[in-house]
Design a protein around this ligand. Structure first.
Ligand SMILES: *[C@@H]1O[C@H](CO)[C@@H](O)[C@H](O)[C@H]1NC(C)=O
Length: 634
C-alpha cells in the first residue's frame, strides 16, 4: 500500500502540479546535449570536497590532500552565483574515453604519491568528518547507487565519501580508510539516427574502494580486492597511488530525462503535507478575516454613515474615532521607508526568480544559476527600492530626500555585506575554498556602486517627482490621546502572536529548503515553492490587516510600524527555527562552522523579515485607505 501511495504521490506531484514538473522538462537554452563519437574524450571535472558536519568546503587541489593534478590545469569558468556558493570546478587527470572500458586498474598520474605524517593526519581527520567528493562527468554529478529502505527503489545519491570510517563493533573506535580506487559505471545512450553512431552520457555511478598498493599492482582492485586496504599511518610517511576502472554501460535513459534519477525525493508526500498545512492556515485566517472584517466593517460603515446623516450629535465609537490621526506620519519614517523600499525589492526579486525557476529556466544542470539570476534581479530591482522608498517617504512628509536615497541603496545591502565579509574571515582562517576571492568581492562592490546605486537613484528620482499619495481623511494638528490598551495588543506581544501564522504556513517547506542548503540536496520543486511563497504573502497581509483592525478598534492609531513588525516577526521565528534546526539536524563539530551557520541564518532571517514586513505594511496601508475612504467625516 505504502509504495503504491508513494508512487502515486510522486506521479501526482509531477503530473497534477504541472508547475513542479515543468522544472524537469526544460533546460536552460545554453545547456544543449553533447554527442560523443567512439573513443572521444569525456571530461571529468572535480569540485570542492564537502561535509555535512562542517560548513567548510575544501578545494579538490588543496595541497594537503595531495590529489593528482592533470598536466594542463584549468579552472572552469563559473557564474558569480556558483562562486559565491562555494563551487570551485577544475579539470582532472582522469582519462575517460567513450565506450572504452578500462579494467586493469589504470593508475592516475605517473608517479607514486608521498604523503607526510602531518598531511596523513589531516586527511584522516577529513575522513572522520565524512567529507565527500563532488565530481562531474559531462555536467552530470558522479553519484552512488542507493536503495530506499522502504520501497526498495534505486536512486542516485550525489557525491561519495572521501574514505570509510565505520565499524560493526560499537565499542571500538573505527579506523579511517582512504578510498583510492574508483570503479566508474557510466551509462550511455546511443543516438542511432546519426550517420555514424553518436553517444550521450546519461548517468554516472561510482563505487569507491580502499585498496592496498600490492593489490593495485596485481591489478586486483575493485570488488575483487580485500575491503579496507589503505589506512594512512599518522606517524610515518605513506606512499599511495590512485587507480580507476571504467565500464561503459548501454542504457535506455534518454538525455532529456537523465536528471530524473538524481532528483529522486525520498518522501514526496512531504511537499503535499506542507502545501495542505499552508492551505489550512490560509483558509482559517481568511475565514476569520472574512467574518470579522467584512461583517463587522460593513456594519460599522453603514452605522457611521447613517447616524451622521440624521443628527450630528451622536457619539462616535470604534475605529472612526481615530480618523484624524490614522494618517499621522509615524516616528522614524526614514528608516521605515528605507526598509519598505528594500522589502519591495526583495519581494520582486523572489517573485520573479521563482517564476523563472518554475518555468524551468534554472535547471539543476546549470550550477549556481539560481543564485546568479537572483543576484542580477536584486541589483536591477534597486530601482524599485528607490522608487517605493521615495514615494513612501514623500507620503510620510519626510524632508531629507537625499539621505533617503542613499540609505535605501546602502543600509540593507551594507549590513548583509558586512556580515558576509566578517564570515569570510572565518573561511579564510580555516583554509576553506568557500572563502570568496578578493576579485569576486571587488566585482560585488562594483555591482553595488556602479549598477545598484544608480538604479536606486533613477527609481527615486521618479518617485520624488510623482505627486505625493494623498490621504482620504485629514489629519489634526493635535494628536489624540490613546486610551490604555489591553496587554495582548502591546506592540511586541501582538507582533509575536501575529508572526506565528505566516511562519506556520511555511515551516515545512522551510525545513526542506534548509536541507537542500546545508546538506547540498538538489531542490527542484519550484512549483511548490512558488505556491508556498504566494501563501506566505497572503498570510502576511491577512495577519497584518487583522491586527491593525483590532488596534484601530481600541483607538490605537500607530499602525505603520506595527503592521511592519507583525508580518516581519515571522523572520524572528525563522531564526528561532534555525536554532532548533542546528541542535536537531546538524552536527557541526567546530567553531567556525557554527559561526558561519548562524551568520548565514541571521542574514536569511533579516531579509525574510524585511520582505514580509513590507508585505504587511502595504496591505495594511491599502486596507486603512479603503476603510477611511468609505466613511463620511465632517
Ligand atoms: C564494458 O563493460 C560493461 C560492463 O561489464 C559491459 O556491459 C560492456 O559491454 C563493456 N563494453 C565493451 C565495449 O567492452
Amino acid at each position: 500500500m505504502a509504495p503504491v501511495f508513494t508512487s502515486l504521490c510522486r506521479k501526482g506531484s509531477l503530473a497534477l502540479l504541472a508547475l513542479a514538473s515543468v522544472a524537469n522538462a526544460f533546460y536552460l537554452p545554453g545547456v544543449a546535449p553533447r554527442d560523443y563519437a567512439k573513443d572521444a574524450q569525456v571530461d571529468l571535472n572535480v569540485n570542492v570536497l564537502t561535509s555535512d558536519e562542517t560548513l567548510l568546503p575544501f578545494d579538490y587541489y588543496y595541497e594537503r590532500f595531495h590529489h593528482v593534478k592533470p598536466k594542463h590545469e584549468e579552472n572552469k569558468r563559473e557564474s558569480l552565483g556558483s562562486i559565491l556558493f562555494g563551487d570551485r570546478l577544475h579539470n582532472s587527470a582522469f582519462e575517460l574515453k567513450m565506450l572504452h572500458n578500462v579494467t586493469n586498474c589504470q593508475r592516475l598520474g605517473d608517479s607514486v604519491i608521498t604523503i607526510n605524517s602531518e598531511d596523513s593526519l589531516f586527511i584522516n581527520d577529513r575522513i572522520k568528518e565524512h567529507y565527500q567528493q563532488n565530481w562531474f562527468v559531462d555536467g552530470l554529478p558522479v553519484a552512488q547507487l542507493m536503495e530506499n529502505a522502504q520501497t526498495a527503489e534505486k536512486f542516485y545519491s550525489i557525491g561519495f565519501q572521501l574514505g570509510q570510517y565505520e565499524t560493526e563493533d560499537p565499542n571500538s573506535q573505527p579506523t579511517p580508510y582512504l578510498n583510492n580506487h574508483y570503479d566508474f559505471h557510466i551509462s550511455y545512450h546511443t543516438n542511432a539516427n546519426a550517420a555514424e553512431p553518436l553517444y550521450r552520457v546519461v548517468g554516472v555511478i561510482v563505487w569507491p574502494y580502499s585498496v592496498s598498493k600490492k593489490e593495485q599492482d596485481d591489478r586486483r582492485c575493485g570488488p575483487d580486492s580485500k575491503p579496507q586496504g589503505l589506512h594512512l599511518k599518522e606517524d610515518t610517511t605513506n606512499e599511495i597511488q590512485y587507480t580507476y576502472n571504467v565500464y561503459w554501460i548501454p542504457s535506455d535513459v534518454s538525455w532529456g530525462t537523465r536528471w530524473d534519477h538524481y532528483l529522486y525525493t525520498q518522501d514526496p508526500q512531504i511537499h503535499w503535507f506542507s502545501i495542505i498545512n499552508s492551505i489550512v492556515i490560509v483558509l482559517m485566517l481568511s475565514g476569520m478575516i472574512g467574518m470579522i472584517l467584512l461583517r463587522a466593517l460593513h456594519k460599522d460603515i453603514a452605522r457611521y454613515n447613517t447616524f451622521g446623516d440624521e443628527d450630528g450629535s451622536q457619539e462616535d465609537f470604534g475605529w472612526k474615532l481615530v480618523h484624524a490621526d490614522v494618517f499621522r506620519p509615524p516616528t522614524h519614517r526614514m528608516l521605515l521607508s528605507v526598509l519598505l523600499g528594500n522589502g519591495a525589492q526583495l519581494f520582486c526579486m523572489t517573485g520573479i526568480t521563482l517564476v523563472f525557476a518554475v518555468l524551468g529556466f534554472l535547471s539543476p544542470s546549470s550550477r549556481g544559476s539560481l543564485t546568479t539570476v537572483a543576484l542580477i534581479f536584486y541589483v536591477c530591482f534597486a530601482s524599485i527600492a528607490g522608487h517605493v522608498s521615495a514615494r513612501t517617504y514623500k507620503m510620510l512628509q519626510g524632508e531629507f530626500w537625499r539621505r533617503n536615497v542613499f540609505m535605501t541603496a546602502t543600509l540593507v545591502p551594507g549590513i548583509v555585506f558586512l556580515i558576509f565579509t566578517f564570515l569570510n574571515f572565518f573561511l579564510i582562517g580555516a583554509h576553506s575554498s568557500a572563502a570568496v576571492p578578493f576579485s569576486t568581492m571587488l566585482a560585488l562592490i562594483a555591482l553595488w556602486f556602479l549598477v545598484s546605486l544608480p538604479a536606486c537613484m533613477f527609481g527615486a528620482y521618479f518617485g520624488f517627482r510623482a505627486p505625493a499619495i494623498s490621504n482620504p481623511v485629514k489629519t489634526n494638528q493635535i494628536p489624540r490621546q490613546i486610551p490604555p490598551q489591553p496587554l495582548y495588543l502591546n506592540k511586541w506581544i501582538a507582533s509575536l502572536i501575529g508572526g506565528i501564522l505566516p511562519f506556520g504556513a511555511i515551516f515545512i517547506e522551510l525545513w526542506l529548503i534548509m536541507n537542500s542548503i546545508w546538506f547540498g540536496r538538489v531542490y527542484y520543486v519550484f512549483g511548490f515553492l512558488f505556491l508556498v511563497f504566494a501563501i506566505l504573502v497572503v498570510t502576511c497581509s491577512e495577519v497584518a490587516v487583522l491586527m491593525c483592525y483590532f488596534h484601530l478598534c481600541s483607538e490605537d492609531y500607530y499602525w505603520a510600524w506595527r503592521s511592519f513588525l507583525t508580518a516581519g516577526a515571522s523572520g524572528f521565528y525563522v531564526f528561532l527555527y534555525s536554532i532548533i534546526y542546528y541542535t536537531r539536524n546538524l552536527a557541526l563539530d567546530n567553531f567556525p562552522s557554527t559561526v558561519l551557520y548562524f551568520g548565514w541564518s541571521l542574514v536569511m532571517s533579516i531579509l525574510f523579515s524585511i520582505l514580509t514586513g513590507a508585505v504587511g505594511y502595504f496591505s495594511t496601508l491599502y486596507f486603512v485607505r479603503k476603510i477611511f475612504a468609505s466613511i463620511k467625516v465632517d
